[in-house]
Design a protein around this ligand. Structure first.
Ligand SMILES: [Zn+2]
Length: 240
């Protein structure tokens, strides 16, 4: 892990550095009333089927943003697709190491309507210009014993993701015995009611053919969590 006093500043520096190579186009998306703007990174011809990848909406789940950066830096993203990348959707949370943003808001419950937080508003507004083939949001779970995912949209890409991680020797969370191993397939409306708000994935699902949320176990070694997210994203893209 890149340990600095301000992990978001370091993350931003690395994305800016990567974007000078020409394969990634970086822009700042204004986030009115928030302490900082959001980074949005694009790659590929916008006419290609687009994959949206987001991370860092919970600032105490750092593996997602760093795994996403590592994926981009290692050029493992399949060039048959275009990408819209949100490197960190809660910069102040990552900076402080908190689930919420600097205003104490769980950003991942504010994606209802046109957005109920500055971050959600900015993301929903920017994402309105596209529909997505695949959307992935990267999280971590301190109670999990292995990797698991949520899948929306009626597809079965999550099954390929779980099979790939298992084949590569990573632990899979058994989840509840009544559920599938490693994959939950929730009803969007029921989940929003249960959560008390719309998450990023719940909001983007109607605009994406496949929508997945990935969760790595916070108790696993750092390198394992990064590798799990990387493998999972590549497996999901390969299954499209
Ligand atoms: Zn989370």
């Amino acid at each position: 892990m890149t340990q600095t006093r301000d992990p978001y500043r370091e993350l931003e520096r690395r994305w800016r550095q990567l974007s000078t190579g020409g394969n990634f186009r970086l822009r700042e998306v204004a986030c009115p009333n928030a302490a900082c703007s959001l980074l949005c990174v694009e790659s590929g011809d916008p006419g290609l089927a687009t994959v949206a990848i987001a991370a860092g909406v919970h600032g105490d789940e750092p593996a997602g943003p760093w795994a996403l950066l590592a994926l981009a830096e290692s050029r493992r993203l399949d060039s048959r697709f275009a990408y819209r990348i949100w490197p960190c959707t809660n910069p102040t949370g990552l900076r402080m190491g908190t689930r919420t943003n600097a205003d104490g808001v769980d950003v991942n419950r504010t994606f209802g309507g046109r957005g109920e937080s500055s971050e959600a508003k900015a993301i929903l507004d920017a994402n309105r210009d596209r529909v997505f083939l695949l959307s992935v949001d990267l999280h971590e779970d301190c109670d999990a014993s292995g990797f698991y995912c949520y899948e929306y949209g009626g597809g079965t890409i999550g099954l390929d993701v779980i099979a790939t991680l298992e084949k590569n020797g990573y632990p899979i969370d058994p989840l509840d015995a009544a559920l599938e191993r490693g994959r939950m397939v929730p009803d969007r409306v029921e989940e929003a009611e249960l959560l008390g708000g719309f998450s990023y994935s719940l909001a983007i699902a109607p605009h994406a053919r496949h929508t997945l949320t990935f969760e790595t176990p916070s108790s696993a070694p750092w390198s394992t969590r990064l590798a799990m997210h990387g493998e999972a994203v590549c497996a999901a893209i390969a299954a499209c």
